[in-house]
Structures are given as C-alpha cells and as structure tokens.
Design a protein around this ligand. Structure first.
Ligand SMILES: [Zn+2]
Ligand SMILES: [Zn+2]
Length: 328
C-alpha cells in the first residue's frame, strides 16, 4: 500500500507507505547494503568496488512513478490518490564509517553538484512540484542505515513546511517589496548569531531556532534553487556546510545526529521572487547527553519551545568552529 490521503482538517496530504515496514533495519556493517560490492561476495545495492557519490532509486519508496491504485476509495471529504513522486538515495562515500563532516570539502562539493543535478532532473518531471534533498543522520533521529547517505524526495505538490514558508515570504514581499530571506541575510550576516561566514553563503543560528543548536545556511544572493548556483557558489556552500557539521561535532564532542533539509523554489517555476535557497540543520541534542523531543507543545501546538538562547548557542558554536577540523 502506497497512497496519499488528504487531511481536510489541516489542509495537508499524508503519505502511507506500509511496505516500508519491511525495509532493512540497522544491518551490521558486514551486511551494509550501501557499502561497495566486494568481489566474490553477495552484491550490495552498489555494484562497484569503489565509488565517490552514488544516486539510485529507493528500494522502499514512499512515492513512486508507478504507484499502485489506492487501497480505499477517496471521498469528497477525504480525497485519496496514488502516491506519485520519486524517492532517491544518495550515498556520500564508500567508507562505511565516514560522515558528511569527515569526507572533506571536495566530496561535499561533488555532493552539492549531485543535489543540483537531481533537483533539475526530477523537477523536469511535470508530475513533480517540489524536490527536497535531506539527510537524517544518527541513532538519535531514528536512522536505520548508518552508512553515510541522504535522500531526495520529489513530491507532486509543495509540502506543508515549504508551503508555509513561501506563504510567509509572499506576505513579507507584499508588505515590504523584499524577499524575506534577503532581509534576514542583511540583518544576520556578521551579527551575534553568525556561526560560519562564506563568500556566497552564511551560516547562523536563526533568531527563531526551533532546536537549541539549529544552524541555517542562507545564500547571500537571491538564488531560488540549487541548479542556479555558480560553480564558485556551489564550492562555497560545500565549504560552509562541511564547516558547520564539523563545528557541531566539535561542540558536542561526538559525531552529532541531525536532520538536514534544503529549501528552494517549487520546480514548476512559481514563487521565484520569494523562494530563497537555504539549508536547515537541526541537531536534536541539547548538550549534556540530553535530547530535545517533539512533545505536546510542538506536536499539538506546532509551537516550539527552546531552552538555549540563539545568541548563546551561536557563541558556543563559533568557539567550537575554531577547533573544528575540515578535511580538504
Ligand atoms: Zn556501509
Ligand atoms: Zn532572497
């Protein structure tokens, strides 16, 4: 079963993918499906002995280009539709024990280029309206495969959070005539919440951080999406991203779990004046071995409560950035 059902009480689609229950769950390193294939052994997902960055279709997709007919009939109240879209897996390295913070700037640059290519390709599907590259990293966020990898989802519509972001951007634009992210960059770059400054990108704990050590990376220029970045800007994004992740590891003192997502313009050409490329990196760690869980206020109120001031978090991260080692 793989289908989307509409929640008319919140105006959102929910995707059901029950076959995902059978997906590979925390295999041992020896049985890792994302490791290279060793000659004479059972082939993994990747029929190569060595590789840099590899992209392939998720074997347990939530969205697919050939979705089955829904298992129940939709109604006027609760429409149901086949879960159309794409789900891809992006493997960052053939080294099982590496992380995005450790693979080096050259590899992260190749990853940024790969993301840009996949956004362009998947976005060219007329059945797709939004492409979201993301990474779920670490046990603390429920990751089932430890080999360094991310995913790319191509949705048939704009998902709720970017849709709210674009709507807020539209209101700001109508009120001020500006892109809200351009205004945020002007206000935050070089300020008390900045963490890493690049030539084309700036990383900061946003004043509205939902997680204590959330770091967002904003394009300094108004660039709607990854494929529109210059080669220089892509390399700069890779440097800033690698530095931010190494900084988080240096601050917490261990390989940090996090959720990383990339927000950009819808791929149908709409909202390009208010869509401004940025990354959101949300570690669930609060320090001292404690985790932030999404509890009552966050889940039912949609209202995040955070117990570290963004200025304090940014100062701590800036200090850690000084000792964060980023391989070339
Ligand atoms: Zn592996
Ligand atoms: Zn902008």
């Amino acid at each position: 079963m793989s289908e989307r059902r509409y929640d008319p009480t919140h105006g959102e689609w929910v995707t059901f993918a029950t076959h995902r229950q059978d997906r590979t769950y925390k295999p041992s390193a020896a049985a890792c499906p994302l490791c290279p294939t060793v000659p004479g052994h059972e082939p993994t997902e990747i029929p190569r002995e060595h590789f840099d960055v590899v992209v392939f279709d998720n074997r347990f997709p939530s969205l697919s280009t050939d979705p089955p007919e829904p298992s129940v009939a939709g109604t006027d109240l609760v429409p149901v539709e086949p879960a159309y879209g794409h789900c891809e897996v992006v493997v960052f390295t053939d080294d099982h024990d590496a992380t995005l913070a450790s693979v080096g700037v050259a590899r992260v640059t190749l990853l940024v280029e790969t993301w840009a290519r996949r956004v362009a390709d998947l976005g060219a599907d007329p059945g797709v309206r939004y492409v979201l590259p993301f990474e779920n990293k670490g046990e603390a966020v429920g990751v089932t495969l430890h080999h360094p990898h991310g995913q790319i989802y191509a949705y048939p519509d704009v998902p709720p959070r970017p849709a709210r972001e674009l709507a807020a951007g539209r209101r700001h634009h109508e009120r001020t005539g500006h892109c809200v992210f351009c205004d945020v960059v002007a206000a935050e770059a070089g300020g008390a919440r900045e963490v890493v400054a690049g030539e084309h990108f700036v990383a900061a704990v946003p004043p509205w951080a939902r997680f204590p050590y959330e770091v967002d990376i904003w394009s300094r220029e108004h660039v709607p999406s990854l494929p529109e970045l210059s080669a220089d800007a892509r390399a700069d994004l890779a440097r800033v991203l690698a530095k931010v992740l190494a900084t988080c590891d240096a601050w917490f003192g261990f390989s940090t779990s996090y959720l990383l997502g990339i927000h950009a313009a819808p791929t149908d050409g709409t909202d390009r004046d208010v869509a401004h490329l940025h990354l959101e990196i949300c570690p669930p760690h609060r320090g001292g071995g404690k985790l932030k869980y999404l509890a009552g206020s966050e889940t039912f109120g949609g209202a995040f409560l955070t117990d570290v001031a963004p200025e304090v978090a940014a100062a701590r991260l800036r200090e850690a950035a000084g000792r964060a080692v980023v391989p070339a």
